[in-house]
Ligand binder design. Structure first.
Ligand SMILES: Cc1cc2nc3c(=O)[nH]c(=O)nc-3n(C[C@H](O)[C@H](O)[C@H](O)COP(=O)(O)O)c2cc1C
Length: 189
């Protein structure tokens, strides 16, 4: 047996910094989203939500949430910091926020719901990358910011941001990064 077209053996992220922020074809985006939510999910609770951001909303959230929240903790930002913080989401053509939304359940632990939410992130990444897009899973500081979570429709008392999946165009194929030595992380009993 071989792994299907070796995609999984060679998959690589392209950093948001290196991707080109062109709008993502809407039918491709729909495919990525539809595949993204096909994840193992104990009890079929759907303990996650996907928030898709494109176009003007990326700039609005950059300016109204990310930059403003950054300035609260950094009252005298440098020009370079202002440039970075006011354009974070705009590095992507589309950015999908995955929100972990735990559900009270008598048997299924919240940990498993978190795992399912991470699976959504990884599925989105796999699907976008398999279609030839540049994509990266990022949290950065604003994934832990309450104003951001609220803006995305999350409940700051229980929900968490599992990640932002940045999707854009690839200019160059990424070079391989350091990977673990299989024998360091895999044991056969
Ligand atoms: C939950 C999660 C959060 C991450 N957040 C960041 C981040 O904030 N900044 C960063 O540089 N990389 C972050 N990364 C790592 C990037 O996605 C990185 O590009 C990735 O590990 C590249 O590996 P790959 O080619 O195997 O996909 C995060 C990864 C995960 C799983």
């Amino acid at each position: 047996m071989t792994i299907n077209n070796s995609f999984f053996s060679h998959r690589r992220s392209v950093t948001a910094k290196k991707m080109v922020a062109k709008p993502i074809n809407s039918s491709d985006l729909e495919k990525i989203l539809a595949a993204g939510i096909r994840v193992p999910d104990h009890g079929a609770l759907n303990p996650w939500k996907l928030i898709v951001m494109q176009g003007d909303i990326l700039r609005e959230i950059d300016e109204e949430i990310i930059l403003k929240e950054f300035k609260k903790d950094n009252p005298n930002p440098s020009q370079a910091e202002i440039e970075i913080e006011s354009s974070r989401l705009q590095r992507g053509g589309a950015v999908i926020a995955v929100i972990y939304k735990p559900i009270d359940h008598p048997k299924i632990p919240k940990w498993e719901m978190q795992l399912s939410s991470a699976a959504v992130c990884m599925n989105l990444l796999n699907c976008a990358q398999s279609m030839g897009y540049a994509a990266q899973w990022l949290t950065e500081w604003y994934a832990y910011n309450n104003k951001m979570l609220e803006r995305l429709g999350g409940d700051i008392n229980k929900d968490l941001i599992s990640g932002f999946i940045y999707i854009g165009m690839k200019i160059d194929e990424p070079t391989e990064r350091k990977r673990p030595n299989p024998s360091d992380v895999i044991t056969y009993l």
